[in-house]
Design a protein. Structure first.
Length: 191
């Protein structure tokens, strides 16, 4: 069965105005366009939806049934549009975040601020090691990942959002304690 939303809209306009001419004017189409579409709808359904009533037009009992469904469909489409507007406007939805365990402490502050700004967004936070986080991203089970270093061979978009400096930690009596401007040296074979 091929029923078109525009045909249902035309039936609703005819019912509201009880006139093909006024319905056509309200929908900015010609009267023959409404007549043709209503006839196609009636042919598709196999039953008359309208009948002449003196100088106007009346909706039949079958037409009233179609009209109730058309109005329900219209409300469903309006609900759908509103839900999509809310998703686009970050009013509701889900955000899946994967973070490496070393970033867990710093992401909570950002999540708290985000939740305050967008209380309707549900957040799912997963903490894993780097390989686990990348696997979640690869399986499309995470919308956002926080890691120290993105993989070199990936087409992911990476943005630095916070400095993560490395520092030397030593006991107070260690020879390097208190020194600044240390230059790191990597040795594969320590002495």
């Amino acid at each position: 069965m091929k029923i078109d939303l525009r045909q249902l809209e035309m039936l609703e306009a005819v019912a509201r105005h009880q006139s093909l001419t006024l319905a056509a004017k309200a929908l900015h189409v010609t009267q023959p366009a409404i007549s043709i579409q209503l006839r196609k709808l009636e042919d598709e359904l196999g039953i008359a939806l309208t009948e002449r009533d003196g100088r106007g037009i009346r909706i039949t009992d079958a037409g009233e049934e179609v009209l109730r469904h058309a109005q329900r469909i219209g409300r469903t489409i309006e609900d759908l549009c509103e839900n999509i507007r809310q998703h686009r406007g970050l009013v509701q939805g889900h955000l899946r975040i994967a973070v490496v365990s070393t970033a867990n402490y710093l992401i909570t502050e950002n999540i708290a601020r985000f939740r305050k700004m967008y209380p309707g967004i549900k957040i799912n936070l997963q903490v894993a090691n780097r390989d686990g986080v990348l696997e979640l991203v690869d399986r499309n089970e995470s919308d956002l990942a926080v890691s120290g270093q993105p993989p070199d061979d990936s087409d992911l978009v990476a943005r630095r959002f916070r400095p993560n400096p490395l520092v030397v930690i030593a006991p107070p009596d260690h020879p390097l304690a208190g020194r600044t401007n240390l230059t790191p040296q990597v040795s594969l074979y320590p002495n």
